[in-house]
Every structure is written in structure tokens, then in C-alpha cells.
Design a protein around this ligand. Structure first.
Ligand SMILES: [Zn+2]
Length: 346
């Protein structure tokens, strides 16, 4: 299948074609779409993917706003909007992927299965043709919380790209089939998690980051970085057993296996010391939880312990991706954690 069947193309779109709002624009898009904007320096290109998940709109909001302003970028820009199909299903921006479809950001690997695999392959071909000097993949997190970046390579270029948006960079050896894992072989790639999908701050951050990304002559040099970046290496995932129950309440009702306070999201990226309780555990104890390291080893004792029915960190930790959405907590994970120093727990 040729890319022409899989992707649509917009070159230097005029405000008239963009609609007055991002929703109007999305309504006009029919397929995953490539947007090209010519830069002052036509010999160079930077790339940005976004909307790989249909319910993560910050990148598309930022791009729409930026395109309406008709700015001339420093270098050519190549934008790729991945999850147009799930995003368009009413209510718009509510579905991560099509009901019967695959998660597009798990399809950047051989053998490029299904319709999503074809989209992933077409996106990679566009990127390869454009030979960009760098690539950003802009997402939102499921819970609210501060922005962070994710990379599989931690060097000056990746830290400089991160600093356009945030001061936290997570370096992971975990491989899932995400865009950055594939593209990193050819071009420095950073995934940007802008914060919650409903969060006005996240939309604003995506826009401000995009303005920096498109207007700076050099985005790959750390001397030119906006601020210093803290690197968190190989976080462990704390998962909840599928049959376990979780509640978010100021105090336990006695019915749930695990209870977190409703404001647990405020813990995101803060240091939690071993004498600070995180929540309450039911009769089943810690058996409902697993802590998984990047090499699939499990070791919960190094992460959590129980005292008098409450859960405490086993050592000072920094936790993130904490959500108060019980569906996400059960289907994805409860949270990620590193040592307070940013080093892996195990
Ligand atoms: Zn995402």
C-alpha cells in the first residue's frame, strides 16, 4: 500500500483551510495527516508527531494555534498527526485508539500489523524521506501532573530537546513498540508528555514548546538549553493485580484492597520519604501489587512496605504517572518510581 492511500498531505496550510478551532480542523481531516511548513533555512527539517493517541489533544491544539499565526519556522517543519481516526469519533478526543483497533504507539515494530501498522509504517517512511535533524512525539498523560519527557538515549541532544518543554527526562530501557524506539535508530527522538489531556496548562506548554522548537536556530545543543534537565533512569512500574479493587477516598471504606487519598496526584515527581504514608492496604496485603523493573525482575520489598495497615515507601522514592482514574490504574499501572536520587530502584 502506498503512503498516498494511508496519509493525507497539507503543505503550508492557509488559515482558511484550518477552521476556527482545533475541533473544526479535526472535523475536516479525513486520515492521518502530514503537515509541511517551509522554513527560512530550506536545507534543514525538524519533525514532530502528535495525536498518536486520539484522546491526547495538546499537540494538535498547539499545532493548530501555531499554524493560524502563520509563523515562518527557522527550518522546514514536518508534522505528522497519527490518530485522526480514533480522535474523530464523537465525542472528539475521547478514544485512545479505535474500539477494535490497536494502540498506534505500540505498532512501530515489525511486522507492522493491521491498519495501525500500515499507518506506523507510512509515518516512518515520511520521516525517512524528510531526513529531519530531530523528532518530537507529543502526548498527554492520563492523570494530571507536571510535564516530563521520555527517551531511550540520554545525551546532550536529547536533554536539549527536553529542555524546550520541561526539566524532567525519563530514560528507559523498556521496549514497547513506541515511535521513539524505532525512529531513534535514525534521528534523535524525545517523547514529550505535556500533562493531563484536560489540563489547560498542558495545552499552553505544548504551544510554548512548539514555538521554541520552531524558532530556535539550534535545538540540539545543551549550551543553548532553556534550563537544566534532571534525568530519572529506568523507573520501575508498580502494577495492581487484575482482580484487586482500588478506591480513592480520604479514608478507607474497608471494602477495597487498596485506598489512595483523592489528592495522590500531588505526589507526582515529589520525593516521598519512608515515613510518609501513601495510602491504605486491605486484608490481602501487598500480594495485590507487583513492582517490575526494566529487565522484568520483580522486587516489591525495595519499593513498598506496610505498617499498621498503611503503605509506605521502603526507601525515599520519586513517583510519577500517578493517576486517580481506577480504570487506568488497573489496566496500565499504578505509578512509576525511581530512587529519590533519580537512579533505578533495582
Ligand atoms: Zn500517549
Amino acid at each position: 500500500m502506498s503512503n498516498l492511500n494511508v496519509l493525507d498531505y497539507l503543505n503550508n496550510p492557509s488559515p482558511r483551510t484550518l477552521g476556527r478551532s482545533p475541533l473544526e480542523w479535526l472535523d475536516r481531516l479525513n486520515k492521518p495527516t502530514v503537515v509541511r511548513v517551509a522554513g527560512r533555512d530550506r536545507s534543514r527539517t525538524r519533525a514532530m508527531a502528535t495525536l498518536l493517541h486520539g484522546n491526547e489533544p495538546s499537540g494538535l491544539f498547539a499545532l493548530h494555534r501555531w499554524l493560524l499565526e502563520q509563523r515562518t519556522p527557522e527550518v522546514n517543519m514536518l508534522f505528522v498527526l497519527g490518530g485522526v481516526y480514533p480522535a474523530k469519533i464523537p465525542p472528539m478526543f475521547s478514544l485512545r485508539q479505535l474500539p477494535e483497533g490497536l494502540d498506534l504507539n505500540r505498532c512501530f515494530k515489525e511486522p507492522f500489523e493491521g491498519e495501525e501498522g500500515a499507518i506506523a509504517q507510512a509515518m516512518l517512511a515520511e520521516l525517512r524521506n524528510a531526513r529531519p535533524e530531530c523528532l518530537l512525539d507529543v502526548h498527554n498523560t492520563s492523570g494530571t501532573g507536571p510535564a516530563f519527557a521520555v527517551t531511550i538515549t540520554n545525551d546532550a541532544a536529547h536533554q536539549a530537546l527536553t529542555s524546550l518543554f520541561t526539566d524532567r527526562l525519563i530514560m528507559t530501557d523498556l521496549r514497547l513498540g513506541a515511535l521513539m524506539e524505532y525512529s531513534e535508530q535514525e534521528v534523535p527522538t524525545v517523547t514529550i508528555e505535556c500533562g493531563g489531556a484536560q489540563d489547560e496548562h498542558a495545552h499552553q506548554l505544548a504551544y510554548e514548546g512548539l514555538v521554541r522548537y520552531t524558532s530556535k536556530p539550534d535545538v540540539l545543543s545543551l549550551e543553548k538549553a532553556e534550563w537544566e534537565v534532571a534525568v530519572l533512569r529506568n523507573p520501575i512500574r508498580v502494577e495492581l493485580a487484575p482482580e484487586a479493587t482500588i478506591e480513592y477516598r480520604p479514608e478507607p471504606s474497608g471494602h477495597a484492597d487498596l485506598t489512595f487519598p483523592p489528592d495522590i496526584e500531588h505526589r507526582n515527581f515529589g520525593v516521598v520519604s519512608p515515613d510518609e504514608p501513601l495510602g491504605w492496604i486491605g486484608n490481602k496485603g501487598l500480594s495485590i501489587l507487583t513492582a517490575i523493573g526494566h529487565n522484568r525482575t520483580e522486587n516489591l520489598e525495595q519499593v513498598l512496605r506496610i505498617k499498621d495497615g498503611q503503605i509506605y515507601p521502603a526507601q525515599a522514592i520519586k513517583a510519577f504517572m500517578i493517576t486517580t482514574n481506577p480504570v487506568i490504574a488497573k489496566s496500565d499501572c499504578l505509578f512509576y518510581a525511581v530512587k529519590a536520587t533519580g537512579e533505578p530502584i533495582f
